[in-house]
Design a protein around this ligand. Structure first.
Ligand code: PRT
Ligand code: ZN
Length: 311
């Protein structure tokens, strides 16, 4: 019996069968990660405070940690998989290169949540002409490597102020002239009298794997989960559309339906001029599309979410 290096819990299979996944313990990625797991049929034990949780129905162990630790846990082969923001992944990779640590990993898939951008922001009242305006200025950030890469490309010399939190208050506190921080809605910048002027990096949550062949049983489980995750993501974007429509407008209607293949056409008893049409749309369905369908004579138009999808 071997012992888990991360939590000192003995692992009965010596790491051969149970897939170990590191996720953020508590933060902006946690809810969406757990939602992805539950939609993929992974039932986790409830207790969020435990470092190590076991899935109830599959040989999976979940390590709940700070997001900053996740890339290192994958790169050091402590876990098989990690779910983390690309911003943290890139920043950590550059830091580890400098520190002479291993940086290998495989990016398995984008997860379509945790979207944000790393942007430069300056006091709202100041003019902005481009990154050259930052020459010789003090910039506060939590992401020194991503900032340095962007400003090196722009050939701008600046003074870095490293802060691990509350970056947005730095200009008002006289600590910096500008900041480089994560932005989602922009509300935080606005409420601190700042304006976003240049995006230097775009990020979303990703699934990464350690760069080592998995034992066959674990690989089979990993492949199954990737298929399920893909099914969950595809279902999240897809909708099932139903309507009654004039038979003579079918070709016009098919052209409007976004990303749908071969709709089912069903006879309507007692009305040879109209049919029921059912289709899966793999794109967002906007109100404008429904209004166009209605203009073509469609009635009883229903758009319903799809929970699971397997192609
Ligand atoms: O404790 P731990 O170290 O695990 O968490 P953390 O505090 O370092 O990270 P957390 O939970 O804040 O964010 C985790 C990841 O979520 C980030 O690394 C990003 O990949 C992603 N993400 C998505 C965001 C945001 N959106 C986001 N808006 N991370 C942080 N923010 C912050 C930003 O720093 C700023 O303070 O939200 C504020 C801005 O938000 P808006 O909506 O006002 O623009
Ligand atoms: Zn963090």
């Amino acid at each position: 019996m071997s012992t888990c290096t991360a939590c000192a819990t003995p692992s009965a299979d010596g790491g051969k069968k149970r897939l170990r996944i590191a996720i953020q313990k508590s933060g902006r990625l946690t809810d969406e990660t757990e939602k992805l797991f539950s939609r993929s049929g992974i039932r986790l034990t409830e207790d969020r405070d435990r470092l190590l949780a076991h899935a109830e129905n599959l040989p999976i162990d979940i390590l709940r940690v700070r997001d900053d630790d996740i890339p290192g846990l994958v790169m050091d082969h402590v876990v098989d998989w990690g779910i983390v923001g690309q911003n943290v992944l890139e920043e950590t990779t550059m830091q580890r290169q400098v520190d002479g640590l291993s940086t290998g990993y495989n990016q398995v898939m984008d997860l379509n949540f945790g979207d944000c951008r790393l942007s430069v922001a300056i006091p709202a009242e100041q003019e902005w002409h481009g990154l050259a305006d930052l020459e010789g200025k003090k910039i506060a950030t939590t992401y020194p490597f991503l900032l340095r890469r962007a400003l090196k490309q722009a050939r701008v010399n600046y003074k870095q102020v490293l802060l691990t939190g509350s970056v947005e208050v730095a200009p008002r506190a006289g600590l910096a002239d500008a900041i480089c921080d994560l932005v989602c809605t922009g509300a935080t910048l606005q409420s601190n009298g700042l304006k976003e002027v240049e995006c230097v990096y775009r990020s979303q949550a990703v699934l990464i794997a350690r760069d080592q062949e998995l034992f066959p049983e674990k690989k089979a489980l990993a492949d199954l989960l990737v298929q399920r995750f893909k099914g969950v993501l595809a279902a999240a974007e897809s909708k099932y559309i139903m309507m009654n429509a004039p038979r003579e407008q079918l070709s016009a209607i098919k052209k409007i339906l976004p990303g749908s293949e071969n709709p089912s056409i069903i006879e309507l008893e007692g009305d040879p001029t109209r049919v029921a049409l059912h289709a899966v749309s793999r794109e967002k369905v906007f109100w404008e599309t429904l209004e166009q369908l209605k203009a073509l004579g469609a009635t009883s138009i229903l758009v319903v979410p799809i929970e699971k999808m397997l192609d």
